[in-house]
Write a new protein. Structure first.
Length: 114
């Protein structure tokens, strides 16, 4: 499974971005998908996950501003990010699990700055 993340960029504080992550390759049943992020000089941290049936979980500090969703027919994962803050600046990585193997995308840079 290959994951291609896109949608990152430069946005002003208070703005919004929508990240996408398209899965390709040998796909038969992707279960959990999710987003992580890594800010400069910090460890990678979990952002949100979504099950195949649509059950979502969020990092407590992000709930209410970020929304994770997926389109199973398109094998695509999304992350809608609203009210962005400079502290949200990071490389965002998508993940997908299939048959007990977790796959990672290459990351997309999100920079929140005025």
């Amino acid at each position: 499974v290959q994951l291609q993340a896109s949608g990152g960029g430069l946005v002003q504080p208070g703005g919004s971005l929508r990240l996408s992550c398209a899965a390709s390759g040998t796909i038969f049943s992707i279960s959990t998908m999710g987003w992580y992020r890594q800010a400069p000089g910090k460890q990678r941290e979990w952002v949100a996950t979504i099950s195949r049936s649509g059950i979502t979980n969020y990092a407590a500090s992000l709930k209410g501003r970020f929304t994770i969703s997926r389109d199973n027919a398109k094998n695509t994962l999304y992350l809608q990010m609203n009210a962005l803050e400079p502290e949200d600046t990071a490389v965002y990585y998508c993940t997908a699990s299939q048959v007990a193997t977790q796959y990672w995308g290459q990351g997309t840079q999100v920079t929140v700055s005025s």
